[in-house]
Structure formats: structure tokens, C-alpha cells
Design a protein around this ligand. Structure first.
Ligand SMILES: [Zn+2]
Length: 399
């Protein structure tokens, strides 16, 4: 969707926008699943020098949500992210929601001339390379034979993950304000009305025009099962305010004061999207917020902690459930393929019913670590508590 902006100049450098320097800018960064674009907001040069870096930092800080939900981007995959369990083990979280050990490791034991090797690797090729490396120490190892006899096991996390749930720093914050400004632009608000936001984007030492919005619930009838991104705009010339509310992954919530004193047209608009499916959703925003409440949020004097924990309690179980559903599906597909290949079939072949008993046994063999993990996890205490910003992250590591 593209809206016409009367300015048709770049909001950041004031260059006239024409066919040569026009840039397709995502209102909500595509790196976190945003789809809506505008071509009348900033020029290609500004998008390349600032926009991408700001959005990349925001995407980096929210990467756990993107990876856990399986966000897809127009260009490039969601990068893997280093995460840590609360007992300090480093892991890589991949874009498909699986995990891999941060540091591959191997242990070799030799008893009565028989060599046993245990390898923890991120993939099978790495395991093969480590096997070759082990032969340098133990020349008796027959690498080809060991490859064939190698038993591959999935390992599942036994310790909860520690995840960062805040956004900060000049770049990620500018991405947020840029989104507010881009949305105002698509709603036909001239850039020059948004002096507070423009000043912040153009000058490194300008005061921040936004704050964490956890002391006021902007989303009316918040959906209970969906994870949404949303951006809203409200301009009231009588009160002299032009505000944007932004919410990412249902958890990160911001209020941006775009103008120091707004005297333009009244405006009230919102846009929401399921970042996984790309489907637009309708959402109603409540703008019944007092000047004092706005000031406390934007000046950073509001106590955000209780609201932030409440938001985390709402959204994290939804994200975890989505990730678990994806994991269950993946594990079952892998077990099916494992059984098929073990019986000499190719993935996708019909399996004759005469093989079904053996087939099911092979599937169960492959599923066994996952099922044990489910049983062990069912014995753990609840995932999230008010005092404790840690929670259980489900995911497998390849072993
Ligand atoms: Zn520009």
C-alpha cells in the first residue's frame, strides 16, 4: 500500500523524492515481519545509511521472538541468535526454532583397544569433521565405518533459557520513532508537523520523544491468542497532540510524541498485522489518555515494570506454544523420514502396510528423546513468575 504525501520530500534530508531516489520503506521493519510499505517517506540514500542500521538493531534485540515464531523476511533469513540457559550454557537459536550448541565438543574414551567417541555438533558435517580430527589422536579409528555406525541423537534443553525482554540504545529507538513517522506519513500527515520525531531522527543529541507504554492499555479487547504488531496514530489539534502507539510482538509497547504542538487535521488511524502470516488484523485503540499520563510515559517517569511483566505473562506463553507446535511438527516429520529411510524408502514414498510395525518402532526410537523431554518438562515448576524474569524455552539441540 502506498499513500500520497503532499511533501514528497525525504523526511530525513529534505531531498525531493523522485523516480531516481525513491525508496520502498517498510513502515514496520520487514526484518521483524512488517509488510506495509511507503515510497513517499525517505530517500534511498537515507534508507541505506540510517534506516537499515536502525531496523537491524531493533531486529537483533527482538530476535528471540522472530526465531521462536518463525518470522519470514523478503530478503535473507532471520539470523541465528546466541541465547543462554540460566545455568550458563551458550546456544544458537536458529530461525526454524531449533537450537544448536554454541561450542561443539567431543570426548574420546579408549578401553581395551576399543575407541568410543561422543560428539556434540551443530550438524552432521561438523560431526564428520570432528571424527576425522579425532583420528589424528587415535589412528585406529576407521572414519568411514564410524560414519556408518554413528548413532545420531537429538538432545533437548533441560535448563530454562534466559531471554532479554527490553529494547534500548540509540539505533533501535530511532527505528521505533521512524516507524511512527512513516505511519504518520502514510496517513497523510506532513513530515514538518512531526517536529519532535524529526528532531530526534536528525540530531543525535535531541531529546527522546517516546517512552515505554505499560501504564496505559491502548489496545481495546486485546486478542488472547494472536501475536500482533500494531501502529496507531492520533492527532488532536484541540489538545495540540499528535501521538503514535507502537507495539511489536504484543510485548514491546511504545508511545511516541511526534509533535511538540500539533495544529494539523484531526487524525485517528491504526494498522495491525500478524507478523507470521502477514495477515492484516483489525484492532481498536483507546486514546482516552490524559496529558499527565502521556507526559509520564514520554518523560520516562512512569513505573513500567508491573505492566511489562503483565505483558510478558500474556505473550510469552503464546510464543512458547507456537514454538512448541512447530517443534512437535518438525520432530514428527523427522521421525517419519528417519523410519522411511531406515527401511530403504525415500521421503514421500508410500510405505507398504506390511512394514508398519517396524516403521512405528523406528519412529518411536527417533521420537524417544523428545518424549522423554516432554515428560521431564511436565515436572518443572511454572515457567514465569513475577520475581523471576526467566522462563522455560523449549527447543532441541542436534547431538
Ligand atoms: Zn534523505
Amino acid at each position: 500500500m502506498n499513500a500520497i504525501n503532499a511533501d514528497a520530500t525525504c523526511a530525513l534530508c529534505a531531498a525531493l523524492l523522485d523516480a531516481r531516489n525513491r525508496s520502498k520503506e517498510h513502515v514496520i521493519p520487514n526484518a521483524i515481519g512488517g509488510r506495509l510499505t511507503t515510497q513517499t517517506f525517505i530517500c534511498a540514500a537515507c534508507n541505506n545509511t540510517h534506516g537499515h542500521a536502525w531496523d537491524a538493531e531493533l531486529a537483533r534485540q527482538t530476535n528471540w521472538f522472530s526465531s521462536s515464531l518463525g518470522i519470514t523476511r523478503h530478503r535473507g533469513e532471520v539470523p541465528k541468535e546466541r541465547v543462554q540457559t540460566i545455568d550458563g550454557t551458550g546456544l544458537w537459536l536458529r530461525s526454524d526454532g531449533t537450537m544448536a550448541p554454541e561450542h561443539p565438543r567431543s570426548e574420546v574414551h579408549e578401553t581395551d583397544g576399543k575407541v568410543t567417541i561422543q560428539i556434540v555438533a551443530r550438524n552432521i558435517d561438523e560431526a564428520h569433521r570432528m571424527l576425522k580430527a579425532a583420528r589424528r589422536k587415535f589412528p585406529s579409528i576407521d572414519v568411514e565405518k564410524a560414519k556408518q555406525e554413528m548413532e545420531v541423537k537429538d538432545e533437548f534443553l533441560s535448563s530454562p533459557l534466559h531471554v532479554q525482554l527490553q529494547i534500548g540504545g540509540p539505533e533501535a529507538c530511532r527505528s521505533i520513532v521512524k516507524t511512527a513517522l512513516a505511519y504518520a506519513s502514510t496517513c497523510g500527515v506532513p513530515h514538518l508537523c512531526c517536529d519532535a520525531a524529526l528532531g530526534y531522527l536528525q540530531h543525535i543529541d535531541s531529546p527522546s520523544p517516546f517512552g515505554f507504554a505499560y501504564t496505559f492499555e491502548f489496545v481495546k479487547a486485546r486478542p488472547s491468542e494472536t501475536v500482533l504488531h500494531c501502529v496507531g496514530l492520533m492527532g488532536d489539534p484541540k489538545r495540540g497532540i499528535l501521538l503514535s502507539y507502537i507495539e511489536y510482538f504484543g510485548h514491546f509497547r511504545f508511545l511516541v510524541r511526534l509533535a511538540t504542538h500539533y495544529s494539523g487535521e484531526p487524525v485517528n488511524a491504526s494498522y495491525a498485522i500478524d507478523p507470521v502470516s502477514g495477515k492484516e488484523e483489525h484492532i481498536d485503540l483507546d486514546w482516552n489518555i490524559s496529558d499527565d499520563q502521556i507526559r509520564a510515559i514520554v518523560d520516562g517517569t512512569a513505573d513500567v515494570y508491573p505492566g511489562m511483566m503483565k505483558a510478558a505473562h500474556h505473550i510469552i506463553p503464546i510464543v512458547l506454544k507456537r514454538n512448541e507446535d512447530r517443534q512437535r511438527q518438525r520432530v514428527i516429520v523427522e521421525a517419519f523420514e528417519y523410519a522411511a529411510v531406515s527401511l530403504g524408502f525415500r521421503p514421500g514414498d508410500a510405505i507398504p502396510t506390511a512394514h508398519s510395525e517396524r516403521f512405528v518402532a523406528l519412529m518411536m526410537e527417533k521420537l524417544s528423546p523428545y518424549l522423554h523431554h516432554l515428560v521431564a518438562r511436565s515436572n518443572r515448576p511454572p515457567a514465569l513468575s513475577d520475581a523471576d524474569p526467566f522462563w522455560n524455552g523449549p527447543s532441541s539441540q542436534d547431538a
